[in-house]
Design a protein around this ligand. Sequence first.
Ligand code: FE
Length: 237
Amino acid sequence: MTTTRRDFLTAAVTAAGAAVTPDLSHAHDHDHGHDHDHQVVPSDLTLRVKALESLLTEKGLVDRAALDALIDTYEHKIGPRNGARVVARAWADPAYKQRLLTNADAAIAEIGYGGLQGEHMVAVENTSNVHNMVVCTLCSCYPWPVLGLPPVWYKSAPYRSRAVIDPRGVLREFGLELSGDVEVRVWDSTAELRYLVLPERPAGSEHLSEEQLAALVTRDAMVGVAKVMPPQKEVTS
Ligand code: FE
């Protein structure tokens, strides 16, 4: 079963209406041994978005189908695999890497990506002694054409504030311990500039094709909260 965004919003609004009624749907099959209600009250933000969408649709300013198509595109068709292809090309082709680092928009467009929320891209390169990580301290600016929609943690207040105050501590929580001699650079995205981290190519990946390289690259590595791990050794059984 697929749940569309509109189903989700409708469900959220319905749940808000029912928020005062305890949800007993779980009561018949198990006993939790605690007394809180298992209903999901939608956030203020969800309700505000719904209200805004209804109003804009009512006034004929927004076409609901177009809105759904746009969101579906970023939810299902555009994602971190795009960025992974950019990274893999940069690893495999030094001339491309140079173009990516000097004019990211044009280099990313060469592979066919661009558009909304990716108009002014900057690629920053991780090396053995420099680690870059990306945040948007104001809101959640993120390079949509190469990474898709931002993950929840990227938009969270703790990440947005702590990435700047204590980047090493945040990276440690992501499981990345950097040695003291590695310089950490934190880039604050804005509506004008979006950053893509070009991770370090892992050892042991020399023999891989561009496609195989792309498969190693994760979203988190391109935001700079992880490294790209070396390829798994082939196991023969
Ligand atoms: Fe932002």
